[in-house]
Design a protein around this ligand. Structure first.
Ligand code: SAM
Length: 234
């Protein structure tokens, strides 16, 4: 038995999220698109034949931005308000042995563009350029467990903030000719309240920034209202 197996990324994914901060905590909380590009050794049409017959796929990936930070046996999940410690294996923490993440996403298309296989997906919660270590179809009869329960995260988190755009932000959006899909993405990301749990439910005057695609979005929260202050090219 060989239990020391080396894992090689089979693909990388392009996403709108340039940094960890602000990414939804699970897939399908916003309609962020991703483009998976198979790496040279795995860029084979044979390997993806039939994938398009599935509406959703699992992406197994490396939390590569945390791999050098090791893992912690106890973590404070945001869903428990950041106050309660539970075991890493009871959570979806990104600081885990082997650093493996899994997200189910909507499959939009599988194409070959100039000999490169690209897989378009929607609903991602991954940082731009995250290494993908496997792709598997989502199998509804087995992966969807009708009577499953979780005391920690049974239902999708509710929107935490009302998001509105300042005059400056609206002017920038107009000048930069930003489309409705991107504006919706900004709203969907911010309404989850990306701030750390200890900042929520307290007065907070900090101006936050999130880098989405090629824009820096600045925003501030007052009384559960999130004002987008500006949208500027990075
Ligand atoms: N759905 C996956 C899972 O359950 O394994 C990920 C859940 S994890 C709680 C989601 C968070 O992972 C995102 O909010 C983002 O901050 C972080 N993340 C995404 N891609 C990452 C990467 N490549 N390296 C480190 N952290 C990442």
């Amino acid at each position: 038995m060989n239990s020391n197996h080396t894992i090689e990324p089979i693909a990388h994914i392009k996403t709108p999220f340039n940094e960890k901060f602000g990414i939804p905590r699970q897939p399908n909380l916003c309609k962020a698109k991703g483009v998976v590009t198979l790496t040279t050794n795995f860029n084979s049409m044979q390997a993806v034949k039939g994938l398009e017959r599935h509406s959703h796929i699992w992406l197994l990936f490396l939390f590569d931005q945390n791999l050098d930070k090791g893992w912690k046996p106890s973590v404070r999940p945001p869903r428990l308000g950041g106050n309660e410690k539970v075991g890493v294996f009871a959570t979806r923490s990104t600081f885990r042995p082997n650093g493996i993440g899994m997200s189910v996403v909507n499959l939009i298309s599988v194409k070959q563009v100039d000999n490169q296989i690209v897989i378009e997906v929607e609903g991602v919660d991954l940082v731009n350029n995250t290494p993908i270590i496997d792709i598997k179809p989502y199998i509804p009869y087995s992966d969807s467990v009708v009577n499953a329960t979780s005391e920690m995260a049974n239902d999708a988190p509710e929107a935490q903030l009302d998001v509105f755009f300042s005059k400056t932000a609206n002017n920038s959006i107009e000048c930069l000719n930003i489309g409705v899909e991107f504006i919706t993405l900004i709203g969907d990301v911010l309404k989850q309240d990306p701030r750390p749990s200890y900042k929520q439910n307290k007065p907070d005057t900090k101006v936050y920034g999130i880098a989405l695609e090629e824009f820096n979005i600045t925003w501030q929260v007052t009384d559960k209202k999130c004002e987008v202050l500006n949208v500027e090219p990075i």
